[in-house]
Design a protein around this ligand. Structure first.
Ligand SMILES: Nc1ncnc2c1ncn2[C@@H]1O[C@H](COP(=O)(O)OP(=O)(O)O)[C@@H](O)[C@H]1O
Ligand SMILES: [Mg+2]
Length: 254
């Protein structure tokens, strides 16, 4: 595939489960044979590296911005071991070092730099699909991620603040002309009426809902120490997630 499909996962507020969902979607896509790139664009509060077992990533996007090394040296192969992975996962991490975070927050980076980094990553890793894990809320990076994406995947919880924030983001994304926008509900209580939630949010935001993922104590217990879907392939959360990924696959290969 010459031009990879770009998916930005976003939520208006933090703690929605964006990084978890993004990392586990990446794993499922790689299982199906795709070469998947994951970029932590949340440079003020990077975190997705931990889900891939890279607590202190040796190379990061910050290193590329600081011109310490080129993009071809900046990504890490985080594909889980085992014969079932037909594809690959490559991670372009954000630096969790306090000095790097302070620097990036103070000095920032230009959108041209970011475009070069994405292009370089896509080429060097021969990606089929690129996942952008974003910083919550509406800010410059989010707007940029939305404009370069083929699909904006909005993650929300059944919570009034999330509902209002999602309305704001959906409105902005449409103004920016995002080609496709889909919703994914996370942390839903099993006691709620999911069918009603699904039809309500689809009608409210005029966008398809790819699925509803339950609030789950097992994930809390797991504490973000890895890829839950790979450790627990038959868990109801993983089954729900696989159903979401099965709807993404035709979009990616179209
Ligand atoms: N469906 C879920 N059930 C229970 N806990 C979850 C679920 N999804 C995510 N979490 C937990 O919520 C916290 C925030 O998730 P994270 O992916 O870091 O959110 P974000 O990236 O949106 O800030 C983490 O502790 C994660 O393990
Ligand atoms: Mg996150």
């Amino acid at each position: 595939m010459a031009t990879p499909y770009i998916i930005a996962t976003h939520s208006y507020r933090g703690g929605t489960g964006k990084s978890n969902v993004t990392a586990n979607i990446a794993a499922e896509l790689a299982l199906s044979g795709l070469r998947v790139g994951v970029v932590d664009t949340d440079l003020p509060s990077p975190g997705i590296h931990i889900l891939f077992g890279q607590d202190e990533p040796a190379v990061t996007i910050n290193g590329v911005i600081d011109q310490e090394y080129g993009i071809a040296k900046a990504f890490i192969d985080v594909t889980p071991a085992g014969p079932s992975f037909l594809g690959k996962i490559f991670l372009l991490a954000g630096s969790p070092k306090p000095a790097d975070i302070a620097k990036i927050v103070k000095e920032g980076y230009t959108m041209d730099q970011m475009i070069d980094i994405y292009r370089g990553f896509i080429k060097a890793a021969a990606l089929d699909v690129l996942l952008l894990d974003t910083h919550p809320g509406i800010n410059e990076t989010t707007l940029f991620s939305i404009t370069v994406s083929d699909l904006l995947l909005m993650i929300l919880r059944p919570d009034r603040q999330d509902y209002q924030g999602t309305a704001v983001t959906v409105d902005v994304a449409r103004k920016l002309g995002v080609p496709d926008l889909r919703l994914l509900m996370n942390k839903a209580l099993t006691s709620l009426d999911w069918q009603t939630i699904k039809s309500t949010i689809e009608a409210t935001y005029q966008a398809p809902c790819l699925g509803i993922l339950a609030q789950n104590d097992d994930i809390m217990r797991y504490g973000g120490s890895g890829l839950f879907s790979q450790q627990e392939p038959n868990h109801p959360f993983t089954v729900q997630l696989k159903a979401v990924v099965s709807q993404l696959l035709p979009l990616i290969s179209a």
